[in-house]
Design a protein around this ligand. Structure first.
Ligand code: ADP
Ligand code: MG
Ligand code: MG
Length: 854
């Protein structure tokens, strides 16, 4: 038998049972905050419903608690009696993990044509009664009966046009009554009549909330945030309070600290004479919360006190929803507020300094993966033209991208590798895919707590919302700003820190102020054991990484040095060389370039290890495209074309590259290693302390390593030895780690290739199927982003164990993209000596490593 709990009965139960919303309400009610009475159907019922299609005993349990609710409120569900209006309820979804707006909620439930009369009499406000009824029919029609929102909107528009008015609020009681009957007729015509029975409504609504766990946008959200599919949602059934009873009523959203900046103090938005959904949906743009000071100073003060107490109670920044009914404050929800990375850092540091939380807690409060976002660029004011448009700064960072007006267009352009900016009138949970794929989000309507703003901050995507001069026509794929047209594909720049939007691509500045971040990371350092290095190929990257705390370079890709404009001709000559002499000549030039490159990097990382990986890609990557060569048609082009054809591989990723190329073209190997050793020698002569290491890519067999080592030793004779290591990026190398380990000083797990080869999928082609795979839950996450612990991780563990056993002095690192992803870092923390991440991701790796140590 399933249990259903009144708020007062749910003491001690957790979010996994009550859902986050239910849990927050129980806590608030217990702490004496003004919360409308409610009962909670636990997540277990949802799971049972989705599995069996029914929940035995649920109806009875709900009826019993409804009776209790009636007692608490002093009204009968769905039935008005004399001067007492009927009890109406909201039926609200609430998962154990916050999924704002992703599932369904139905308000004003329990109202029938009979009830409308009673409600009108009891409130003395027939307009309100009919408005409440038409909202119920509309919401129920959409959510439970599955009729498209557009059908209701069209009827509403028609009613307004008939009256010659623009706003819903200009419709009178009779208009709303008539509209209600139109809505009822619409549902009748669709074969899904509105149930004129409160209990039938209740059952339909609860089941609809259960089902909304499975709706596409909720699934998409869970996929993006890695939330397990099987949790299910709880259902909160709560007595309605009304923010739309007149000018002394309203509804709002508050934050105990500013979610964009982290600044301490009550912050939020308020919409007078409105029902909650109006704010969240971004349909009307609300006023700043301070407006309430003028309308109802007492309520504002009360709210300030509430905010402070909420924060003390929950020991975190809270994001809460409230409604004022005729001057009386009710709290409807609270949860730890989503925040920008910048705000997260500020809040964590300041709360620790206020003594509200410990420093260790502060470290755990910041999502390590979000840190690179702190260094997000902003528009360079000096160089920027006049903005086209200004809206609200909803999520910081500047973004440049091509305008898209739908999920579909975002997917299409992203698949072509184009950055996109999603432009919408407002966003709804349906837009989650487009928001996720886009570099920036721009909306015409909605405030700083609108759906677009909240989700963008959660995703770390720059956003400008409520840009009122913008008119968007998604179906037509265009938008207008004062006669200027924006079409799909047009380049836009937006700055989510200032709210400005520009036509075209505008110069950006990298961001600066990181004092609080540095403080947080200083607290992290004593808890970090794992070393953190950077992947960097240029002195600039090396310097940047070092400034961000990198303790060396874990991967310096030398081929990037070959690609530079002035060098390619020599690489091409090397490829075309007909005899040793020509080859020597080409290598001599490349040697000079490489030596200078290495000097620059070693200098930037003076005193710290720099792991240089020798040439990895196949040679033909350095040739112009065949098409281009054909067009050129001169003698050299012909020769190159011939070589290109000879070098062509069906599957270059698994072809003639890495150690294979280095062993069969040992002159290249020698040139590169000599350049490195010579660079170090020259720096040492200058009094510096270079620490080069050399690394061989793509080995699959100990024999390869043996041969490479022999080649290296020749030069070590001349220059003195440096650490010699190999990448572990083929499954076979991992399996044979015990045989390879004695031949080297270090392993570095190249988890990009290792993942590709373990899964047998190419990152460059995965775009065709991986998104679908994730959508269908075939893969729980994208293994190219987050290390696959089960498979790739197992190979890694095996190689670590057998490698260490065979060579106790072996050093172990990781240098794939995963080195900068928090979950992956936590996984390898107990296994390795260091990870290496792209420069900005060094911050993520440092914090994640410390978090793992806590
Ligand atoms: P979501 O999870 O999408 O935020 P909620 O269940 O919080 O959905 O409901 C959305 C809004 O509906 C809330 O912000 C609140 O303003 C309003 N609402 C929900 N329940 C009630 C209620 N019992 N009385 C008044 N307003 C309510
Ligand atoms: Mg809510
Ligand atoms: Mg590789």
């Amino acid at each position: 038998m399933v249990q259903v709990y009144l708020l007062s009965e749910a003491r001690g139960l957790g979010k996994e049972v009550l859902g986050g919303k239910g849990f927050g309400l129980v806590e608030m009610a217990q702490a004496g905050f003004p919360v409308p009475p409610a009962f909670i159907v636990p997540t277990e019922a949802c799971r049972a419903y989705l599995k069996e299609g029914a929940v035995p005993g649920l109806e009875e349990a709900v009826a019993a608690k409804m009776a209790a609710l009636e007692g608490l409120v002093g009204k009968r569900f769905g039935r008005g009696e004399g001067a007492t209006p009927p009890l109406l309820v909201s039926v609200r979804s609430g998962a154990p993990v916050s999924m704002p707006g992703m599932m369904d909620t139905i308000l004003n439930l329990g109202l029938t044509l009979e009830g409308v009369g009673a409600l009108a009499r009891a409130t003395g406000n027939p307009r309100f009664a009919w408005d409440t009824f038409r909202r119920l029919v509309q919401m129920y029609g959409e959510v439970v009966l599955g009729v498209e929102a557009q059908a209701f909107e069209a009827l509403l528009e028609e009613a307004k046009r008939g009256r010659g008015v623009g706003a819903d609020s200009a419709l009178g009681a009779e208009d709303l009554e008539e509209l209600s009957f139109r809505f009822l007729r619409l549902l009748e015509e669709r074969g899904t009549p509105f149930p004129m029975d409160p209990w039938a409504q209740l059952q339909g609504a609860i089941e609809a909330v259960f089902k909304s766990w499975q709706n596409p946008r909720a699934r998409a959200y869970r996929r993006i945030y890695g939330i397990p599919e099987e949790m299910g949602t709880a259902v909160v059934v709560q007595a309605m309070v009304f923010g739309n009873l007149g000018e002394d009523s309203g509804t709002g959203v508050g934050f105990t600290r500013n979610p964009a900046t982290g600044e301490k103090g009550l912050y939020g938005e308020y919409l007078r004479n409105a029902q909650g959904e109006d704010v969240v949906a971004g349909v009307r743009t609300p006023e700043p919360l301070e407006a309430l000071k003028a309308y109802a100073p007492g309520v504002y003060e009360e709210l300030r006190g509430v905010a402070e107490r909420l924060e003390r109670h929950f020991r975190d920044m809270q994001d809460f929803e409230f409604t004022v009914e005729r001057g009386r404050l009710f709290l409807l929800q609270t949860r730890s507020g989503k925040r920008t990375a910048k705000a997260a850092v500020r809040i964590a540091v300041e709360m620790a300094e206020e003594g509200l939380i410990s420093r260790e807690e502060a470290l755990l409060r910041v999502e390590a993966n979000a840190l690179p976002g702190l260094l997000r660029p902003e528009v360079d004011r000096e160089k920027a033209p006049k903005p086209l448009l200004k809206g609200l700064p909803a999520s910081p960072g500047a973004a440049i991208g091509h305008a898209v007006f739908s999920n579909e267009a975002a997917e299409r352009l992203s698949a072509q590798g184009l950055p996109t900016i999603l432009v919408r009138p407002e966003t709804t949970p349906e837009d989650i895919t487009g928001m996720y794929l886009s570099r920036g989000i721009l909306t015409a309507r909605g405030g700083l707590t609108s759906h677009a703003a909240v989700v963008a901050r959660g995703l770390g995507v720059p956003a400008v919302v409520g840009a009122e001069a913008l008119r968007v026509f998604p179906e037509a794929g265009r938008a207008l700003v004062d006669g200027v047209e924006i079409r799909e594909g047009d380049l836009l720049t937006l700055d989510g820190g200032t709210g400005e939007v520009f036509l075209g691509a505008v110069p950006l500045l990298e961001e600066g102020d990181t004092a609080l971040l540095e403080k947080l990371l200083a607290w992290a350092e004593p808890h970090r054991r794992l070393g953190v290095r950077a992947n960097a190929d240029t002195p600039e990257d090396a310097k940047r990484a070092r400034a961000l705390g990198a303790e060396g370079i874990g991967l310096c890709r030398t081929e990037h040095m070959f690609f530079a404009q002035e060098r390619l001709p020599y690489v091409q000559r090397l490829i075309l060389a007909k005899d040793e002499e020509e080859e020597e000549e080409a290598l001599k030039h490349l040697f000079a370039f490489q030596k200078e490159d290495f000097k620059g990097i070693l200098k930037a990382m003076d005193g710290l290890p720099v792991t240089v990986r020798l040439l990895d890609p196949p040679l033909h990557e350095f040739l112009p495209s065949e098409e281009e060569l054909r067009k050129r048609g001169d003698e050299e082009a012909k020769a190159l074309l011939e070589r290109a054809e000879a070098l062509k591989e069906v599957n270059p990723m698994l072809g003639f590259r890495g150690v294979r190329l280095l062993l069969l073209r040992p002159q290249i190997f020698r040139m590169q290693l000599r350049a490195l050793l010579e660079a170090a020698r020259e720096l040492r002569e200058e009094g510096l302390d270079p620490r080069p290491e050399v690394m061989i890519p793509l080995v699959a067999d100990p024999k390869e390593v043996e041969r490479a080592r022999a080649l290296a030793e020749e030069l070590f004779q001349e220059y003195g030895p440096i650490p010699f290591g190999t990448m572990l990026e083929t499954p076979r190398a991992c399996l044979l780690a015990g045989e390879i380990a004695p031949l080297v000083d270090f392993f570095s797990f190249g988890t990009n290739d290792l993942t590709q080869m373990t899964f047998g999928l190419s990152r460059d082609d995965a775009g065709r199927f991986l998104p679908r795979y994730l959508e269908e839950g075939l893969f729980p996450f994208d293994p190219t982003e987050r290390l696959d612990e089960k498979g790739v991780g197992r190979l890694l563990q095996l190689a670590v164990e057998e490698g260490r056993r065979a060579n106790p002095r072996l050093k172990l690192g990781l240098c794939g993209e995963h080195g900068g992803e928090a979950g992956s870092v936590r996984f390898v923390e107990p296994l390795l000596d260091y990870v290496s991440a792209s420069p900005y991701r060094v911050l993520t790796a440092r914090l994640a490593a410390a978090q793992a140590g806590l």
